[in-house]
Structure formats: C-alpha cells, structure tokens
Write a protein that binds this ligand. Structure first.
Ligand code: C2E
Ligand code: MG
Ligand code: MG
Ligand code: MG
Length: 287
C-alpha cells in the first residue's frame, strides 16, 4: 500500500518536475549570458567585533538583476552550481571582492570574506584563481577569508584529502577559512579536528531570538566550542540590539546582520565606513 501511494505521489509530481527542469534550463542559459554581459554585482555586509564595534571584515554577497529585477541568490546559485557556471561566476566574485576591499583594507584593516561552493574547490586551478585575484588587487592573503559551508567541507574531506591540502596551501599564504552555516550541516564535529579552519560562522538558526534558556544553551555551547578551539566565531543574522547584547554576554567575538548593516553596494559601504571611522554600533536599544 505504501508503495502504491509512493508511486501515485511521484506521478502527481512529474509534470511539476518537468516544468521545473525547463525553468532551470532557462535560468542556466540566462546565467551563461549574464557572465558575458556583466549583469552581476557584489554587495558587502559588515562583520563587527562585538566588544569594540570595529568592522573586521565584509562578506561579499552576489547580486543578479536581469532587466532590473533582482533574483534571490538562493534561486540562482544552486542552478549555477549544477551547470558548472559557478566556476566563472565565482572567479569573477573573487576578483571583484579583492579589488573592492583594497581601500577598506588600507584604511581600516578590513578583510573580505567570500563564499565558495564545492564545485569551485574541486577545480584543479582554484588556488591559482585565488592567488591571482589577490596579486592583481595587490592584496595580502591575510585580507581574504574563504567561506565554505559545513556540508561541503565535510563531504569534500571524506571524498579525498585534496581539499585539506588545498586549504593548507592557501593558509600558508595567510588566507583564512570560515565554516559557513555552522551547526546545520553535519552531526559530527570530528572534522574540526583535522580540517584547517579559522572561523565558525554560526548559522542564523542559533542566533538567540527571545533569550529563552533552551535556545541560549545551544548558542552558548557553540560559542564556547569556538572560543575554546580559538576559532573566531561570527554570529549570523543579528537583527536586534537585544540579540547583539545576548551574544556579547555569551562572549561571542563577532556578528553580522541587519542590526549593524544590510549588505550594501561598495560605494554606499565606503560612505558608512568613512562616517563611522571603521566602527559600527548598530541600531541603539530604545531608551
Ligand atoms: P550565506 O553565506 O549564509 O549569507 C548570509 C545570508 O544572510 C545573505 O543572504 C544575507 O543577505 C543574509 N542576511 C544578512 N543579515 C541578515 C539578517 O539580519 N537577517 C536575515 N534574515 N538575513 C540576513 P543572501 O545574500 O540572499 O545570500 C544567500 C546565500 O547565497 C548565502 O548564504 C550564500 O550561501 C549564497 N551566496 C551569496 N553570494 C555568493 C557567492 O558569491 N558565491 C556563492 N557560492 N554563494 C553565494
Ligand atoms: Mg556566507
Ligand atoms: Mg552563512
Ligand atoms: Mg547561512
């Protein structure tokens, strides 16, 4: 009976899947053109030191607006990955991010943190792509952080040790590695013992919402793990002054989120950084 039901379910979904597949193929061909036509843009979201308010880094976030209508990254990045287009797109993001961070790095010692997908890591010339982006922007390796999701880090490291070798080589150049979406991807922490990692980006699922004891316990445990491993954790999606305060109480070193700033075009971020002299305090708590 279960089998029959499963079969029916599948049949019911088939038309939707077919049209979805069509939609994906259309997106892929639009994306292929977008690379050539310069339709992408990178926005930057500050990462803030919670004890000083100093902006330590900015996360590069890819934006695509064909015909002026923005498409959410979560709608097009998986397609770009599936069709291998994330390789040229990702290389473009790296070069752009290194160029854009240069004046912020010179002036405020700010690093740039760039999202890298598994598909890019598996390209044999990935290290060269990274190093040439740094060189062409005249930027030291220490100004670059690569964000790799927990799922990708773990699956790549069990497939073979190439990723460990690759990341170790980049780290020799000063490049740091952050585990993105930490806490949502994998049920074992064993990989943290052998993979070269510098930063944990604590997924928004663990940003304390209401300060309830149970949810705080998870956040506290993750922050303590990061602190005792000497990884400089960054809490994601911090939207309110209360959340920032709770994270401070838990000794979470860094945070990013709408509370401090939305992701901004480079020119707008330059103004914000200059206005605050590289410091951002976030929206104050109403008195
Ligand atoms: P992510 O790396 O986890 O990036 C954080 C996401 O949280 C971003 O979404 C950011 O805009 C959003 N965010 C920041 N602060 C807040 C907040 O206070 N509240 C809420 N609700 N959200 C906040 P975005 O820009 O839509 O990007 C989504 C995902 O797309 C990213 O998640 C990343 O996985 C991927 N992505 C973005 N740019 C790139 C890229 O250049 N390359 C690759 N491979 N992936 C990228
Ligand atoms: Mg990220
Ligand atoms: Mg993240
Ligand atoms: Mg996330």
């Amino acid at each position: 009976a279960a089998k029959a039901a499963g079969k029916n379910r599948l049949a019911a979904y088939e038309p939707r899947l077919a049209s979805e597949r069509h939609e994906h193929m259309r997106l892929a061909s639009d994306l292929r053109r977008a690379v050539a036509n310069d339709e992408f843009m990178v926005n930057y979201q500050p990462v803030v030191d919670l004890s000083t308010g100093r902006v330590t880094a900015v996360e590069a976030l890819l934006r695509w607006s064909p015909d002026g209508r923005p498409v959410p990254p979560l709608d097009f990045i998986p397609i770009a990955e599936q069709y291998g287009l994330i390789v040229p797109i990702g290389a473009w993001v790296l070069r752009q991010a290194c160029r854009d961070v240069r004046p912020w790095h010179d002036r405020f010692d700010i690093s740039v943190t760039v999202n890298v997908s598994g598909r890019q890591l598996r390209e044999p010339d990935f290290a060269q792509t990274v190093l040439s982006a740094l060189r062409d922007a005249d930027l030291p390796g220490s100004a670059l952080i690569l964000e790799i999701t927990e799922t990708v880090l773990v699956s790549s490291s069990t497939e073979n040790d190439d990723v460990t070798v690759l990341l170790s080589a980049l780290r020799e150049e000063g490049v740091r590695v952050a585990v993105d979406d930490f806490g949502t991807g994998y049920s074992s922490l064993a990989y943290l013992r052998h993979l070269p990692v510098d930063i944990l980006k604590i997924d928004r699922a663990f940003t304390p919402e209401g300060g309830m004891a149970e949810e705080m316990a998870f956040t506290r445990a993750i922050v303590e793990l990061g602190n005792s491993l000497r990884l400089s954790s960054i809490a994601e999606a911090v939207e309110t002054p209360e959340q920032a305060e709770r994270l401070r109480e838990l000794d979470c070193p860094q945070a990013q989120g709408y509370h401090f700033s939305r992701p901004l075009p480079a020119e707008d971020l330059t103004k914000v950084l200059n206005a605050g002299n590289g410091v951002l305090h976030g929206i104050p708590t109403p008195a």
